[in-house]
Ligand binder design. Structure first.
Ligand code: MN
Length: 244
């Protein structure tokens, strides 16, 4: 199995070496990742300038750094190194739950793989665990890959690890509550500025990714690329068949 690893924290993030150290048990690993951190860049691609692709071996793995976004890395990586059977994106330093999926560069790396006819799995965990005690997560990452990699029909999955997993759950995306908040403040010269920050959500609904993570479970959310609201579409077509 050909595995391409990407992330949005940059090619030198400890999360990428951690993921590669487990992924190598499942196939041939090539790392293609942004040269600097690109967190919260969503699914942006770079079309106004060319991209570079430079060899940067990481922890004994063949690795390349690209001066672009996670989605760029997957597209350029497929072009230069060949299409992979699966793209693993992460392990992100920080969870990507609920509405974060809309902003996540980690998930975008996985989405780009699915868009290009491959498969994508995004993996995220609380930053301190990946940075200081990855061995706690290692068996859980291994179990998740062993579960997901043979499932060829699962083309896009978002995985989140809690600090100390006690099991795993299939979940849906939690989007009812939004944790993004713009905080107004002043710079040292007294000018107004605004900081986009994230605040904890107090309410979580059972069955969602956020609920699973808060209760100590690894959350596995199968996703699709089609954003169409099929229920609304069917209702409109029924109401107004002439335009269907
Ligand atoms: Mn990140």
């Amino acid at each position: 199995m050909r595995i391409l690893i990407v992330n949005d924290d940059g090619v030198y993030s400890p999360g990428i070496a951690a993921l590669a150290s487990v992924a190598k048990e499942f196939g041939d690993v090539t790392i293609v990742a942004p040269d600097v951190e690109r967190s919260s860049t969503g699914h942006a691609v770079t079309h106004s300038r060319p991209l570079s692709y430079r060899r940067t071996p990481i922890a004994g793995f063949e690795a390349f750094r690209v001066d672009g976004t996670p989605a760029d890395c997957v597209a350029v990586g497929f072009t230069v190194a060949g299409k992979a059977d699966v793209v693993l994106s992460g392990i992100n330093l920080g969870t990507n739950l609920g509405n974060s999926m809309w902003h996540s560069g980690t998930l975008a790396g996985a989405k780009q793989a699915a868009l290009m006819g491959s498969r994508g799995i995004a993996l995220s965990a609380p930053a301190p665990v990946v940075e200081t005690s990855f061995d706690v997560l290692r068996p859980h990452v291994r179990r998740v890959l062993a579960t997901l990699l043979p499932e060829e029909n699962l083309t896009l999955v978002n995985v989140n690890f809690p600090a100390e997993p006690r099991g795993s759950l299939w979940t849906r995306q939690s989007v009812r509550h939004y944790d993004g908040k713009v905080v107004p403040s002043k710079d040292p010269m007294g000018r107004s500025h605004y900081w986009f920050a994230v605040f904890p959500i107090e309410e979580t609904e059972e069955g969602t990714d956020r609920w699973a993570a808060e209760h100590g479970y690894v959350s596995l959310t199968p996703l699709r690329l089609d954003l169409t609201d099929h229920e609304a579409l069917a209702a409109r077509q029924k109401k107004d068949p002439a335009r269907s």
